[in-house]
Design a protein around this ligand. Structure first.
Ligand SMILES: CC(C)(COP(=O)([O-])OP(=O)([O-])OC[C@H]1O[C@@H](n2cnc3c(N)ncnc32)[C@H](O)[C@@H]1OP(=O)([O-])[O-])[C@@H](O)C(=O)NCCC(=O)NCCSC(=O)C[C@@](C)(O)CC(=O)[O-]
Ligand SMILES: NC(=O)C1=CN([C@@H]2O[C@H](COP(=O)(O)OP(=O)(O)OC[C@H]3O[C@@H](n4cnc5c(N)ncnc54)[C@H](OP(=O)(O)O)[C@@H]3O)[C@@H](O)[C@H]2O)C=CC1
Length: 410
């Protein structure tokens, strides 16, 4: 069938946009046909959207439906950034996809400061992706009995869950009760995958087994919002989700004075009053300056699920003067949800960005690439955070954005 004929069928309402792959047996042709249809319907050209290296055979049934092309985001690089982690060890060039002028420069300057002062020490302190099915019980007493029954059947539940994947392991079940509602926050390790598909599939199997063996419990939903996915929340902040990761560095007093004319005390002062007091006053989940900037830019670059920036960018920046009078600074990200296989990580530009960091695909042993990526992201967040504290004390923010980040000016 010719492209023109298909577009005509779309125009006449004889076929739906999402039926074109079935009709044409070619996702690239289906993408072109939908684009042509929209160009005519809207009276505009979509040449830029149509210009992409993506092969939609790789996308169809995996990443996106009703494809019409792709959106491109400029990619900058910061670094080299010295990371001394458990998995990441060496100098890294950090890919940042953003349209915010001055952001890459900011991380770049922070990377330089950290690297010239011995590097960022990163460590993942907890690792587990959570899904929390919600069950309705007749009464609160029944809900308590239900949790007790779950605890005595954990081995069987583990067996059911782990039968769904070679890489998934059930680590623990965190129960919550409210009235006659019971949540089972199932926490899994998911190898190098971020894990949301894996844990959802496993949780559905577990829920089905539970309903079959404990008739009083009725599943309301496989995702009862105590997971917590794509919403700002206290649960992930305290219990962790994905990777809980810390990155820290020491910057000498002498370096700060000579390079920036700023003391460690002045950096600490901005951090305490802005990131801690200001955030407490605002009741913010981000006791930091701009974790979201770096997390979002690296998520876009490396094919992560961008909606998870919501909880992945929660966290705290800590700074103090150490025993030698130098600056100690750290960032703690309790819920960094990242993977190097699955999701958007296999797309061509995202694969290359992961290759830049030496983490594309499955790690050896499985899980090690995702842990390494988490350590590098945390170190880049540290670079951005340290630099912005320095910049704000030095009153550079407006100036920098005037120079590097304004539209419509020549
Ligand atoms: C912009 C700078 C870095 C200039 O800082 P500077 O010290 O004037 O720059 P410089 O020309 O002297 O260069 C110093 C280093 O900065 C880097 N650098 C400098 N220029 C570039 C560039 N064009 N491209 C790449 N890297 C650059 C580079 O590392 C360079 O070292 P070198 O490599 O030359 O030895 C500084 O003023 C700065 O960091 N300002 C802060 C800007 C910033 O962080 N913006 C993004 C976050 S703002 C936001 O979105 C969130 C916010 C603020 O609302 C959150 C909140 O706090 O509420
Ligand atoms: N379903 C949902 O509710 C939600 C889904 N998502 C989406 O989920 C997707 C991510 O899901 P996710 O589960 O991470 O990935 P995928 O489902 O895309 O892929 C993971 C699969 O890769 C296989 N695999 C091969 N090598 C490895 C390895 N080294 N480590 C781990 N797994 C490996 C695993 O199969 P095996 O173990 O059998 O080898 C696993 O089933 C994203 O597209 C995201 O947008 C996001 C939020 C909610």
């Amino acid at each position: 069938m010719e492209l023109e004929d298909v577009v005509k069928m779309l125009e006449e309402g004889k076929v739906k946009m999402h039926e074109l792959e079935g009709l044409l047996k070619d996702p690239n042709a289906a993408t072109r046909a939908r684009r042509l249809f929209l160009e005519r319907r809207l009276g505009i050209k979509l040449n830029a959207i149509g210009s992409t290296v993506i092969d939609f055979n790789q996308v169809y049934g995996r990443n996106t439906e009703n494809t019409i092309g792709a959106v491109q985001v400029p990619l900058g690089v910061a670094g080299p950034l010295l990371v001394k982690g458990v998995y990441a060890n060496g100098l890294y060039y950090v890919p940042l996809a953003t349209t915010e002028g001055a952001l890459v420069a900011s991380v770049n300057r922070g990377a330089k400061v950290i690297t010239e002062n011995g590097g960022a020490r990163s460590i993942v302190v907890k690792d587990g992706m959570a899904r929390a099915p919600l069950f309705r019980l007749p009464t609160a007493t029944d809900a308590v009995d239900f949790i007790n029954w779950i605890n005595t059947n954990i081995d069987k539940i583990r067996e059911v869950a782990e039968s769904s994947s070679r890489h998934l392991r059930l680590k623990e079940i965190q129960p919550f009760i409210n009235g006659n509602n019971a949540w089972l926050r199932l926490v899994f390790s998911t190898g190098d995958a971020m894990g949301m598909n894996m844990v959802t599939i496993a949780s559905e199997r577990v829920a089905q087994w539970i309903e079959g063996n404990y008739p009083k419990a009725k599943l309301i939903t496989v995702s009862g919002n105590m997971c917590v996915d794509k919403k700002p929340n206290a649960v992930n902040f305290l219990l962790g989700r994905g990777k809980t990761v810390i990155s820290e560095a020491t910057v000498s007093r002498r370096y700060l004075m000579e390079r920036f004319n700023i003391t460690p005390e002045e950096v600490v002062n901005v951090n305490v009053r802005k990131n801690l007091l200001g955030s407490a006053y605002a009741h913010s989940y981000g006791f930091n300056a701009h974790f979201a900037n770096i997390v979002a830019a690296m998520f876009i670059a490396t094919g992560q699920d961008v909606a998870q920036v919501v909880e992945s960018s929660m966290g705290i920046t800590w700074a103090e003067v150490d025993d030698n009078g130098d600056l100690y600074v750290s960032v703690t990200l309790p819920s960094l949800e990242v993977g190097t296989v699955g999701g958007g990580t296999g797309l061509p530009t995202q694969r290359e960005a992961l290759q830049m960091l030496g983490v594309q695909g499955g790690g050896d042993p499985p899980g090690s690439n995702a842990l390494k990526l988490a350590e590098i992201i945390a170190a880049a967040v540290l670079a951005g955070e340290l630099n912005l504290l320095i910049a704000q004390h030095r009153r550079e923010l407006g100036k920098a954005h005037e120079r590097l980040g304004r539209a419509g000016r020549t």
